[in-house]
Design a protein around this ligand. Structure first.
Ligand SMILES: [Zn+2]
Length: 425
Protein backbone atom coordinates (compact mmCIF):
# COMPACT_ATOMS: atom_id res chain seq x y z
CA UNK A 1 0.00 0.00 0.00
CA UNK A 2 1.17 3.52 -0.77
CA UNK A 3 2.44 5.59 2.15
CA UNK A 4 0.07 8.51 2.71
CA UNK A 5 0.76 11.73 4.54
CA UNK A 6 -0.39 15.32 4.94
CA UNK A 7 -1.03 16.66 1.43
CA UNK A 8 -1.77 13.26 -0.15
CA UNK A 9 -4.88 13.01 -2.27
CA UNK A 10 -7.01 10.42 -3.95
CA UNK A 11 -8.90 7.18 -3.55
CA UNK A 12 -6.56 5.67 -0.95
CA UNK A 13 -6.94 8.80 1.19
CA UNK A 14 -10.70 8.25 0.95
CA UNK A 15 -10.17 4.74 2.32
CA UNK A 16 -8.10 6.03 5.24
CA UNK A 17 -10.79 8.59 6.02
CA UNK A 18 -13.58 6.02 5.66
CA UNK A 19 -11.76 3.64 8.01
CA UNK A 20 -11.23 6.45 10.52
CA UNK A 21 -14.91 7.48 10.45
CA UNK A 22 -15.69 3.88 11.36
CA UNK A 23 -12.94 3.63 13.97
CA UNK A 24 -14.24 6.46 16.15
CA UNK A 25 -13.88 9.66 14.13
CA UNK A 26 -17.35 9.93 12.59
CA UNK A 27 -17.05 13.67 12.05
CA UNK A 28 -14.17 13.31 9.58
CA UNK A 29 -15.04 14.26 5.98
CA UNK A 30 -14.37 11.52 3.41
CA UNK A 31 -13.13 13.76 0.61
CA UNK A 32 -9.83 12.21 -0.48
CA UNK A 33 -7.78 15.16 0.77
CA UNK A 34 -5.30 14.43 3.57
CA UNK A 35 -5.59 17.74 5.43
CA UNK A 36 -5.22 18.91 9.02
CA UNK A 37 -8.29 17.11 10.34
CA UNK A 38 -7.24 13.83 8.78
CA UNK A 39 -3.76 14.32 10.20
CA UNK A 40 -5.17 14.84 13.71
CA UNK A 41 -7.35 11.76 13.41
CA UNK A 42 -4.49 9.59 12.10
CA UNK A 43 -2.23 10.69 14.99
CA UNK A 44 -4.92 10.01 17.55
CA UNK A 45 -5.69 6.64 15.98
CA UNK A 46 -2.00 5.73 16.02
CA UNK A 47 -1.72 6.67 19.68
CA UNK A 48 -4.74 4.58 20.60
CA UNK A 49 -3.28 1.62 18.72
CA UNK A 50 0.20 1.95 20.23
CA UNK A 51 1.79 3.04 16.94
CA UNK A 52 4.26 5.87 16.57
CA UNK A 53 1.99 8.94 16.25
CA UNK A 54 3.79 10.47 13.29
CA UNK A 55 0.63 11.08 11.25
CA UNK A 56 2.04 9.08 8.34
CA UNK A 57 -0.01 6.14 7.09
CA UNK A 58 2.60 3.46 6.42
CA UNK A 59 2.22 -0.30 6.42
CA UNK A 60 1.71 -0.66 10.19
CA UNK A 61 -1.01 1.96 10.29
CA UNK A 62 -2.63 0.52 7.16
CA UNK A 63 -2.70 -2.88 8.87
CA UNK A 64 -4.68 -1.38 11.74
CA UNK A 65 -7.06 0.48 9.42
CA UNK A 66 -7.85 -2.28 6.93
CA UNK A 67 -10.09 -4.25 9.35
CA UNK A 68 -12.45 -1.25 9.25
CA UNK A 69 -12.63 -1.63 5.47
CA UNK A 70 -13.18 -5.39 5.68
CA UNK A 71 -15.69 -4.83 8.44
CA UNK A 72 -14.34 -7.24 10.99
CA UNK A 73 -11.47 -8.16 13.24
CA UNK A 74 -10.58 -11.33 15.14
CA UNK A 75 -10.47 -11.99 18.85
CA UNK A 76 -8.77 -14.84 20.67
CA UNK A 77 -10.89 -16.02 23.58
CA UNK A 78 -9.36 -15.44 27.02
CA UNK A 79 -10.43 -16.62 30.46
CA UNK A 80 -13.63 -14.90 31.53
CA UNK A 81 -14.67 -13.83 28.02
CA UNK A 82 -18.32 -13.89 27.04
CA UNK A 83 -19.93 -12.83 23.77
CA UNK A 84 -21.46 -9.97 25.71
CA UNK A 85 -18.11 -8.74 27.00
CA UNK A 86 -16.42 -9.14 23.60
CA UNK A 87 -19.25 -7.21 21.96
CA UNK A 88 -18.76 -4.41 24.50
CA UNK A 89 -14.99 -4.35 24.00
CA UNK A 90 -15.34 -3.89 20.24
CA UNK A 91 -18.42 -1.68 20.43
CA UNK A 92 -20.43 -4.11 18.40
CA UNK A 93 -23.65 -6.06 18.47
CA UNK A 94 -23.74 -9.51 20.03
CA UNK A 95 -25.97 -10.73 17.17
CA UNK A 96 -23.23 -9.92 14.68
CA UNK A 97 -20.76 -12.05 16.62
CA UNK A 98 -23.17 -14.96 16.86
CA UNK A 99 -23.95 -14.77 13.16
CA UNK A 100 -20.27 -14.75 12.18
CA UNK A 101 -19.39 -17.72 14.42
CA UNK A 102 -22.19 -20.22 13.86
CA UNK A 103 -20.22 -23.22 15.11
CA UNK A 104 -19.17 -21.60 18.40
CA UNK A 105 -21.35 -22.28 21.46
CA UNK A 106 -21.51 -18.98 23.40
CA UNK A 107 -22.28 -20.84 26.66
CA UNK A 108 -19.15 -22.90 26.32
CA UNK A 109 -16.41 -20.61 25.02
CA UNK A 110 -13.03 -22.33 24.79
CA UNK A 111 -9.93 -20.32 25.66
CA UNK A 112 -7.79 -19.84 22.57
CA UNK A 113 -10.67 -20.03 20.08
CA UNK A 114 -10.31 -17.36 17.41
CA UNK A 115 -13.60 -15.56 16.87
CA UNK A 116 -14.66 -13.29 14.06
CA UNK A 117 -15.84 -9.97 15.43
CA UNK A 118 -17.80 -7.92 12.87
CA UNK A 119 -17.88 -4.21 13.60
CA UNK A 120 -21.19 -2.49 14.09
CA UNK A 121 -21.58 -0.67 10.77
CA UNK A 122 -22.89 -1.33 7.30
CA UNK A 123 -19.98 -2.63 5.26
CA UNK A 124 -20.51 -1.50 1.68
CA UNK A 125 -19.51 2.14 1.21
CA UNK A 126 -21.22 4.19 -1.46
CA UNK A 127 -19.37 7.49 -1.09
CA UNK A 128 -15.88 6.38 -2.18
CA UNK A 129 -14.25 5.35 -5.44
CA UNK A 130 -13.82 1.61 -5.90
CA UNK A 131 -10.71 -0.46 -6.57
CA UNK A 132 -9.76 -4.11 -6.86
CA UNK A 133 -8.66 -4.04 -3.22
CA UNK A 134 -11.83 -2.53 -1.83
CA UNK A 135 -13.92 -4.98 -3.83
CA UNK A 136 -11.91 -7.94 -2.53
CA UNK A 137 -12.00 -6.66 1.06
CA UNK A 138 -15.77 -6.30 0.93
CA UNK A 139 -16.35 -9.71 -0.59
CA UNK A 140 -14.14 -11.22 2.11
CA UNK A 141 -15.88 -9.20 4.81
CA UNK A 142 -19.36 -10.18 3.65
CA UNK A 143 -18.26 -13.81 3.63
CA UNK A 144 -17.11 -13.48 7.26
CA UNK A 145 -20.14 -11.55 8.46
CA UNK A 146 -22.56 -13.88 6.69
CA UNK A 147 -21.00 -17.35 6.71
CA UNK A 148 -23.99 -18.78 4.84
CA UNK A 149 -22.58 -17.01 1.76
CA UNK A 150 -19.95 -18.66 -0.31
CA UNK A 151 -17.13 -16.71 -1.88
CA UNK A 152 -14.51 -17.61 -4.43
CA UNK A 153 -12.62 -16.54 -7.51
CA UNK A 154 -13.45 -17.37 -11.11
CA UNK A 155 -9.94 -16.54 -12.34
CA UNK A 156 -7.43 -13.73 -12.51
CA UNK A 157 -7.01 -10.46 -14.32
CA UNK A 158 -4.04 -9.51 -16.52
CA UNK A 159 -2.30 -8.20 -13.39
CA UNK A 160 -3.15 -11.27 -11.37
CA UNK A 161 -6.06 -9.84 -9.35
CA UNK A 162 -8.59 -12.43 -8.30
CA UNK A 163 -11.99 -12.12 -9.98
CA UNK A 164 -13.97 -12.63 -6.79
CA UNK A 165 -17.60 -13.67 -6.61
CA UNK A 166 -20.28 -14.25 -4.01
CA UNK A 167 -22.82 -17.04 -4.07
CA UNK A 168 -26.21 -16.84 -2.38
CA UNK A 169 -28.53 -19.74 -1.78
CA UNK A 170 -28.71 -23.37 -2.69
CA UNK A 171 -31.60 -23.42 -5.10
CA UNK A 172 -31.73 -25.32 -8.34
CA UNK A 173 -32.25 -22.20 -10.42
CA UNK A 174 -28.88 -20.63 -11.16
CA UNK A 175 -28.72 -16.90 -11.86
CA UNK A 176 -25.71 -14.70 -12.65
CA UNK A 177 -25.18 -10.96 -12.25
CA UNK A 178 -21.94 -9.25 -13.22
CA UNK A 179 -20.73 -5.66 -13.14
CA UNK A 180 -17.85 -3.48 -14.29
CA UNK A 181 -16.93 -5.22 -17.52
CA UNK A 182 -15.92 -1.65 -18.33
CA UNK A 183 -13.39 0.08 -16.12
CA UNK A 184 -14.93 3.52 -15.97
CA UNK A 185 -18.33 2.02 -15.17
CA UNK A 186 -17.13 0.97 -11.71
CA UNK A 187 -20.12 2.56 -9.98
CA UNK A 188 -21.94 -0.64 -10.99
CA UNK A 189 -19.73 -2.58 -8.54
CA UNK A 190 -21.30 -1.14 -5.38
CA UNK A 191 -24.74 -1.75 -6.94
CA UNK A 192 -24.09 -5.49 -6.71
CA UNK A 193 -22.23 -5.23 -3.40
CA UNK A 194 -24.93 -3.22 -1.69
CA UNK A 195 -27.50 -5.67 -2.98
CA UNK A 196 -25.36 -8.50 -1.61
CA UNK A 197 -25.26 -6.92 1.82
CA UNK A 198 -28.97 -6.18 1.86
CA UNK A 199 -29.86 -9.66 0.66
CA UNK A 200 -27.56 -11.31 3.22
CA UNK A 201 -28.91 -9.14 6.01
CA UNK A 202 -32.51 -9.90 5.03
CA UNK A 203 -31.77 -13.59 5.02
CA UNK A 204 -30.09 -13.39 8.44
CA UNK A 205 -33.03 -11.42 9.82
CA UNK A 206 -35.67 -13.64 8.25
CA UNK A 207 -37.11 -10.64 6.43
CA UNK A 208 -38.01 -9.57 2.92
CA UNK A 209 -35.99 -7.88 0.22
CA UNK A 210 -37.80 -5.98 -2.49
CA UNK A 211 -41.05 -7.69 -1.50
CA UNK A 212 -39.68 -11.24 -1.61
CA UNK A 213 -38.93 -13.38 1.41
CA UNK A 214 -35.15 -13.77 1.46
CA UNK A 215 -35.42 -17.32 2.79
CA UNK A 216 -37.53 -18.32 -0.19
CA UNK A 217 -35.05 -16.79 -2.65
CA UNK A 218 -32.28 -18.64 -0.89
CA UNK A 219 -34.10 -21.93 -1.16
CA UNK A 220 -35.11 -21.59 -4.80
CA UNK A 221 -32.14 -19.85 -6.38
CA UNK A 222 -28.38 -19.99 -6.50
CA UNK A 223 -27.39 -16.43 -7.24
CA UNK A 224 -23.82 -15.65 -8.30
CA UNK A 225 -22.57 -12.08 -8.11
CA UNK A 226 -19.37 -11.03 -9.85
CA UNK A 227 -19.06 -7.35 -8.91
CA UNK A 228 -15.90 -6.40 -10.82
CA UNK A 229 -14.96 -8.05 -14.10
CA UNK A 230 -12.16 -5.55 -14.83
CA UNK A 231 -10.26 -4.93 -11.57
CA UNK A 232 -7.05 -3.65 -13.21
CA UNK A 233 -8.96 -1.17 -15.35
CA UNK A 234 -10.94 0.06 -12.36
CA UNK A 235 -7.71 0.66 -10.43
CA UNK A 236 -6.42 2.69 -13.37
CA UNK A 237 -9.57 4.83 -13.60
CA UNK A 238 -9.84 5.53 -9.88
CA UNK A 239 -6.19 6.47 -9.54
CA UNK A 240 -5.10 3.51 -7.43
CA UNK A 241 -2.77 2.29 -10.18
CA UNK A 242 -0.40 5.16 -11.01
CA UNK A 243 2.96 3.59 -11.75
CA UNK A 244 4.72 0.47 -12.98
CA UNK A 245 4.89 -1.32 -16.30
CA UNK A 246 1.17 -1.92 -16.75
CA UNK A 247 0.39 1.69 -15.95
CA UNK A 248 3.08 3.01 -18.29
CA UNK A 249 1.87 0.84 -21.13
CA UNK A 250 -1.73 2.00 -20.64
CA UNK A 251 -0.56 5.58 -20.54
CA UNK A 252 1.26 5.13 -23.88
CA UNK A 253 -1.82 3.50 -25.41
CA UNK A 254 -3.92 6.45 -24.26
CA UNK A 255 -1.45 8.94 -25.77
CA UNK A 256 -2.64 7.86 -29.23
CA UNK A 257 -6.24 8.79 -28.32
CA UNK A 258 -6.04 12.40 -27.26
CA UNK A 259 -9.82 12.79 -27.59
CA UNK A 260 -10.40 10.15 -24.88
CA UNK A 261 -9.70 11.54 -21.39
CA UNK A 262 -7.16 9.61 -19.35
CA UNK A 263 -7.76 7.79 -17.16
CA UNK A 264 -11.49 8.66 -16.96
CA UNK A 265 -12.28 7.51 -20.49
CA UNK A 266 -10.64 4.12 -20.02
CA UNK A 267 -13.13 1.26 -20.49
CA UNK A 268 -10.79 -1.56 -21.47
CA UNK A 269 -8.77 -3.99 -19.42
CA UNK A 270 -5.23 -2.91 -18.56
CA UNK A 271 -3.93 -4.34 -21.85
CA UNK A 272 -6.29 -2.16 -23.90
CA UNK A 273 -8.85 -4.85 -24.79
CA UNK A 274 -12.55 -4.06 -24.40
CA UNK A 275 -13.81 -6.96 -22.29
CA UNK A 276 -17.35 -6.67 -23.58
CA UNK A 277 -16.19 -7.09 -27.19
CA UNK A 278 -14.47 -10.37 -26.48
CA UNK A 279 -17.26 -12.92 -26.55
CA UNK A 280 -17.79 -15.27 -29.49
CA UNK A 281 -21.09 -13.83 -30.75
CA UNK A 282 -20.29 -12.69 -34.26
CA UNK A 283 -17.01 -11.26 -33.00
CA UNK A 284 -15.91 -10.80 -36.63
CA UNK A 285 -18.70 -8.32 -37.19
CA UNK A 286 -17.77 -6.42 -34.01
CA UNK A 287 -14.20 -6.35 -35.30
CA UNK A 288 -15.28 -5.03 -38.71
CA UNK A 289 -17.34 -2.25 -37.09
CA UNK A 290 -14.71 -1.21 -34.55
CA UNK A 291 -11.82 -1.37 -37.04
CA UNK A 292 -13.84 0.90 -39.31
CA UNK A 293 -14.13 3.32 -36.38
CA UNK A 294 -10.33 3.28 -36.07
CA UNK A 295 -9.88 0.93 -33.11
CA UNK A 296 -7.39 -1.46 -34.69
CA UNK A 297 -4.95 -1.99 -31.82
CA UNK A 298 -5.02 -1.82 -27.99
CA UNK A 299 -7.03 1.26 -27.02
CA UNK A 300 -8.78 2.83 -24.03
CA UNK A 301 -12.02 1.41 -25.42
CA UNK A 302 -13.55 -0.43 -28.36
CA UNK A 303 -10.60 -2.63 -29.31
CA UNK A 304 -11.98 -6.15 -29.78
CA UNK A 305 -8.67 -7.93 -29.12
CA UNK A 306 -6.63 -10.11 -31.48
CA UNK A 307 -9.20 -12.92 -31.19
CA UNK A 308 -12.25 -13.75 -29.06
CA UNK A 309 -11.54 -14.56 -25.40
CA UNK A 310 -7.85 -13.59 -25.41
CA UNK A 311 -8.45 -11.33 -22.38
CA UNK A 312 -8.22 -13.48 -19.24
CA UNK A 313 -11.09 -11.62 -17.59
CA UNK A 314 -13.58 -12.33 -20.40
CA UNK A 315 -12.30 -15.88 -20.74
CA UNK A 316 -12.89 -16.46 -17.02
CA UNK A 317 -16.45 -15.15 -17.26
CA UNK A 318 -17.03 -17.33 -20.33
CA UNK A 319 -15.71 -20.46 -18.61
CA UNK A 320 -17.61 -19.71 -15.43
CA UNK A 321 -20.81 -19.37 -17.42
CA UNK A 322 -20.19 -22.61 -19.28
CA UNK A 323 -19.61 -24.44 -16.00
CA UNK A 324 -23.08 -23.41 -14.79
CA UNK A 325 -26.63 -23.54 -15.99
CA UNK A 326 -27.71 -19.93 -15.70
CA UNK A 327 -31.36 -19.27 -16.44
CA UNK A 328 -30.90 -15.51 -16.55
CA UNK A 329 -28.00 -13.06 -16.53
CA UNK A 330 -27.69 -9.36 -15.82
CA UNK A 331 -24.65 -7.41 -16.96
CA UNK A 332 -24.34 -4.02 -15.31
CA UNK A 333 -22.99 -1.10 -17.30
CA UNK A 334 -23.38 2.68 -17.29
CA UNK A 335 -24.95 4.89 -18.45
CA UNK A 336 -28.33 5.86 -19.96
CA UNK A 337 -31.05 4.22 -17.80
CA UNK A 338 -31.65 1.63 -20.50
CA UNK A 339 -32.32 -2.09 -20.52
CA UNK A 340 -31.07 -4.01 -23.56
CA UNK A 341 -32.64 -7.41 -23.92
CA UNK A 342 -32.12 -8.58 -27.47
CA UNK A 343 -29.42 -10.07 -29.66
CA UNK A 344 -30.11 -9.90 -33.40
CA UNK A 345 -33.41 -11.69 -33.92
CA UNK A 346 -33.08 -13.91 -30.89
CA UNK A 347 -35.99 -13.48 -28.57
CA UNK A 348 -35.66 -16.01 -25.78
CA UNK A 349 -38.92 -17.10 -24.27
CA UNK A 350 -40.29 -14.55 -21.78
CA UNK A 351 -37.29 -12.30 -22.38
CA UNK A 352 -39.33 -9.35 -23.58
CA UNK A 353 -41.91 -9.79 -20.83
CA UNK A 354 -39.23 -9.77 -18.14
CA UNK A 355 -37.55 -6.77 -19.76
CA UNK A 356 -40.86 -4.90 -19.60
CA UNK A 357 -41.18 -5.84 -15.94
CA UNK A 358 -37.64 -4.51 -15.30
CA UNK A 359 -38.55 -1.33 -17.15
CA UNK A 360 -41.62 -0.88 -15.01
CA UNK A 361 -39.91 -1.37 -11.64
CA UNK A 362 -36.87 0.76 -12.54
CA UNK A 363 -38.28 3.46 -14.78
CA UNK A 364 -35.58 2.55 -17.32
CA UNK A 365 -36.28 2.39 -21.05
CA UNK A 366 -36.44 -1.03 -22.71
CA UNK A 367 -34.60 -0.87 -26.01
CA UNK A 368 -33.06 -2.90 -28.78
CA UNK A 369 -29.28 -2.75 -29.01
CA UNK A 370 -27.97 -0.34 -31.69
CA UNK A 371 -26.36 -2.26 -34.55
CA UNK A 372 -22.87 -0.79 -34.04
CA UNK A 373 -22.67 -2.12 -30.48
CA UNK A 374 -24.70 -5.24 -31.10
CA UNK A 375 -21.99 -7.94 -31.22
CA UNK A 376 -19.44 -9.79 -29.10
CA UNK A 377 -20.88 -8.63 -25.76
CA UNK A 378 -21.55 -10.97 -22.87
CA UNK A 379 -25.31 -10.59 -23.23
CA UNK A 380 -25.07 -11.29 -26.96
CA UNK A 381 -23.09 -14.45 -26.42
CA UNK A 382 -25.32 -15.62 -23.56
CA UNK A 383 -28.51 -15.17 -25.58
CA UNK A 384 -27.08 -16.75 -28.72
CA UNK A 385 -25.63 -19.73 -26.85
CA UNK A 386 -28.43 -20.52 -24.41
CA UNK A 387 -31.47 -18.80 -25.90
CA UNK A 388 -32.34 -17.60 -22.39
CA UNK A 389 -32.95 -14.09 -21.03
CA UNK A 390 -29.76 -12.06 -20.75
CA UNK A 391 -29.75 -8.33 -20.14
CA UNK A 392 -27.45 -5.37 -20.26
CA UNK A 393 -28.55 -2.75 -17.75
CA UNK A 394 -27.17 0.74 -18.31
CA UNK A 395 -27.49 2.62 -15.02
CA UNK A 396 -27.40 6.33 -14.34
CA UNK A 397 -27.33 9.42 -16.53
CA UNK A 398 -24.36 11.48 -17.69
CA UNK A 399 -20.78 10.57 -18.47
CA UNK A 400 -18.93 7.55 -17.08
CA UNK A 401 -17.47 7.44 -14.52
CA UNK A 402 -20.71 8.61 -12.98
CA UNK A 403 -20.46 10.72 -9.82
CA UNK A 404 -21.07 8.78 -6.60
CA UNK A 405 -23.86 11.24 -5.83
CA UNK A 406 -26.01 9.27 -8.30
CA UNK A 407 -25.61 6.07 -6.37
CA UNK A 408 -28.64 6.25 -4.07
CA UNK A 409 -31.03 6.76 -6.98
CA UNK A 410 -29.31 4.09 -9.07
CA UNK A 411 -29.66 1.57 -6.27
CA UNK A 412 -33.30 2.48 -5.63
CA UNK A 413 -34.08 2.13 -9.33
CA UNK A 414 -32.36 -1.23 -9.60
CA UNK A 415 -33.48 -3.07 -6.48
CA UNK A 416 -36.60 -4.31 -8.25
CA UNK A 417 -34.50 -5.60 -11.14
CA UNK A 418 -32.03 -7.32 -8.83
CA UNK A 419 -34.79 -9.15 -7.00
CA UNK A 420 -36.85 -9.62 -10.16
CA UNK A 421 -33.89 -11.31 -11.88
CA UNK A 422 -34.72 -14.18 -9.57
CA UNK A 423 -38.45 -14.01 -8.98
CA UNK A 424 -39.39 -13.44 -12.61
CA UNK A 425 -37.78 -16.65 -13.84
ZN1 LIG B 1 -20.24 -0.72 -20.55
Amino acid sequence: MDVLRFGSRGTLVEYVQLALTRAGYPELRVDGVFGARTLDAVRDFQQRNRLRPDGVVGSRTWNQLIPYLKGYTTHTVRAGDTFFRIAQTYGTDIRRIMLANPTVDPRNLQIGTVLYVPFNFTLVPTQVAYSSMLNAWIVEGLGVRYPFLRTGSIGQSVMGRELVYLRFGNGEKEIFYNAAHHANEWLTTPVLLQFAEQYADSYAEGSEIGGALAARLFREYSLYLLPMVDPDGVDLVTGVLTSGGFYNRARRIADDYSQIPFPNGWKANIAGVDLNLQYPANWEEAKRIKYEQGFVSPAPRDFVGSAPLVAPESYAVYQFTRAHDFLLTLSYHSQGEIIYWKYLDYEPERSREIADYFGEVSGYAVEETPYASGFAGYKDWFIETYNRPGYTIEVGIGTSPLPVSQFPKIYRDNLGILVGGMTQI
